[in-house]
Ligand binder design. Structure first.
Ligand code: GDP
Ligand code: ZN
Length: 360
């Protein structure tokens, strides 16, 4: 019966067919389909052919993205099929991304594509959470900021940040700020000099500077030149003060501290360009470079001298704590390995061992 009733229907007129096709086109979601996207990816159209230019993502608001191109900001939207990727990947575009965009007016444009990223900075998430939230991209170096006075200089903290930098694939630079307080905090100053000795030997740039007096700033500017950097370190070490000095702006000091509690709602990264050259990514939502989820391998990168020494230990699984023929312990005894570094290594190693395997 059903069949008959279908056959009984009158044939649709051409006009009706056209109308139905038009409705179907409007409803068509195939442009958002993976297969269709793949086809488009294979298509020969390049960003240049579409009239796109190459810019850098400075800031992201809910629906708009500030892209810098030739010293001018273009407020951009994202091309439709890229939006689709966003739903799959969460952050299809992040601050620091190099993008191709098509300028539409003097101040607006549409992002066509995102260039492959060299490095990414992820938000420190809970161990159990699988999904990583990207915060920024294409960072070359991490400026590990510590200080004399408050907060007190703790070399072990520098080593923690070094592990984080190694894990992210960033070049580390150590900045010891508030050097104007050297007389008041002479013990810490002596410790700072020891740090210079230790880290210079490891070929890690280390500077003594003062955001207050400007001492050492020129050398920092030289290091920042032509690179994309991110400042990390405990709150109160002077990151905001340094940025103000370098950017010639007046971000409120303590801004980083106020938003630096890891709150997800207040975090919005921003890319700044230094007048003296180079870029900086400010990530207020990040407490500091997290080094949760790190593995023994990450320690090896951050402690190359310990790694090298351990090759001469008698046991391949030497714990470097009590073994008689331990090359690492021997180096500490003979003054060839800094006890500061040894202590940091041991405590970080202990942390690695105490993280349940399912979390790493
Ligand atoms: P942040 O939390 O790392 O961003 O640190 P801030 O830039 O907010 O600085 C914390 C405090 O340290 C502020 O009271 C600054 O005035 C002070 N401070 C920053 N740099 C220096 C410095 O070089 N010398 C001295 N004496 N104080 C500084
Ligand atoms: Zn050993």
């Amino acid at each position: 019966m059903l069949h008959e009733s279908w056959e009984d229907q009158e044939e649709p007129t051409r006009r009706e067919i056209r109308k139905q096709r038009s409705i179907a086109r409007k409803k068509d979601r195939s442009k958002y389909k993976i297969t269709d996207q793949k086809k488009r990816e294979q298509s020969p159209s390049s960003p240049e052919k579409e009239g796109a230019v190459h810019g850098r993502v400075m800031y992201i608001r809910s629906h708009e993205i500030d892209v810098l191109y030739q010293h001018k900001i273009y407020t951009c939207t994202i091309r439709g099929s890229l939006k689709y990727e966003k739903t799959r990947k969460k952050n299809v575009i992040v601050v620091g991304d190099h993008v191709w965009f098509i300028p539409e007016t003097e101040t607006t444009g549409r992002i066509w594509s995102v260039a492959p990223r060299t490095t990414v900075l992820c938000r420190q998430e809970h161990f159990r959470r699988k999904k990583q939230h990207l915060v920024a991209a294409n960072i070359d170096q991490v400026i590990i900021t510590v200080s004399l006075g408050t907060p007190i200089l703790r070399p072990s903290l520098i080593d923690r940040y070094l592990v984080a930098a190694a894990k992210g694939g960033f070049q580390p630079v150590i900045v010891i700020n508030k050097i104007d307080l050297q007389e008041q905090f002479s013990e810490q100053y002596q410790l700072a000099l020891r740090c210079i000795d230790i880290y210079s030997q490891l070929e890690i740039p280390i500077l003594l500077i003062s955001a207050l007096t400007g001492e050492g700033i020129e050398e920092l500017q030289r290091i920042l030149y032509d690179k994309t950097s991110v400042f990390t370190g405990q709150s109160g070490t002077g990151k905001t003060s340094l940025l103000n000095l370098l950017l010639k702006t007046s971000l409120k000091t303590g801004d980083m501290r106020a938003t630096g509690k890891g709150s997800h709602t207040t975090s919005s990264s921003r890319l700044f360009e230094f007048p003296s050259g180079g870029w900086c990514i400010d990530t207020p939502g990040i407490r500091s470079l997290g080094i949760f989820n790190f593995e023994k391998e990450d320690l090896h990168h951050a402690f190359p001298e310990v790694c090298e020494l351990s090759k001469s230990c008698s046991f391949s699984d030497c714990s470097h704590t009590h073994e008689k023929s331990c090359a690492v312990l021997q180096a500490v005894d003979e003054g060839n390995l800094s006890p500061l570094r040894f202590d940091s290594y041991q405590s970080l190693l202990h942390e690695v061992s105490s993280i349940p395997a399912s979390y790493t």
